[in-house]
Design a protein around this ligand. Sequence first.
Ligand SMILES: Nc1ncnc2c1ncn2[C@@H]1O[C@H](COP(=O)(O)OP(=O)(O)O)[C@@H](O)[C@H]1O
Ligand SMILES: [Mg+2]
Length: 234
Amino acid sequence: MNGTAKGPVLQATGLVKCYGQLSALSGIDLTVLSGERVAVAGPSGSGKTTLLNMLGGVALPETGTVRVNGTDLTQIKSAARDAFRADHIGIIFQMFNLIPYLSPIENVTLACRFSRRRHAVVTNKSCSAREEALRLLMRMQLNEATIIHSPAFELSIGQQQRVAAARSLIGSPELIIADEPTSALDHDVRQVFINLLFDEVADAGATLLFISHDPGLADQFDRRIKLTDINELH
Ligand SMILES: Nc1ncnc2c1ncn2[C@@H]1O[C@H](COP(=O)(O)OP(=O)(O)O)[C@@H](O)[C@H]1O
Ligand SMILES: [Mg+2]
């Protein structure tokens, strides 16, 4: 955890989410403070991705509020929510969601094209979005030829995951949410990735919410939450 201000970056209260007749989440309250690294663990099907979608403003709950930096994502229009997410939240999706025919560097710089704020954060460091994307991708241990020339669909799962991490980090959004990004990786590679992610999150002064079904990872975080403990349905 960094040693500076500790206000809440994320405050969710009373979240309820249903898919038709199926209740996926109920009564979820969750507060994450600035600079915290929090692991949310739960078995497959327990609602982890559903929770991430609510907290990242990707989908809306039936009831409840989700405040990120004080803005309630449930109270703003869809276009404003998309713009807010692009500026303030970096998401590493479970399936990575890279644009398959774009190279790693193009996938990462895209995050700055969707957000003037993140673009400005990068250029204020006196480098271009392309230079910063290259730095992050090389930091994530991808080689330069792959970064510049390989379309994302040609990359291994481990490489795609590191591109997705670089894309979430560029321009220092305050909140990084990762949805089981290490699930397809061998143990050694997994640890290397987590170390890199922690380093970059700390450098950016960001807050990390890391969703995982792997309890072995949870020890490394400032705080561990079991989704089944905070979901009234269980
Ligand atoms: N789009 C959807 N439509 C219908 N049911 C869904 C949808 N997404 C998830 N679910 C259901 O909601 C529950 C929680 O799913 P999910 O959030 O994906 O869990 P996890 O990420 O922990 O594996 C599961 O029962 C799943 O089948
Ligand atoms: Mg999931």
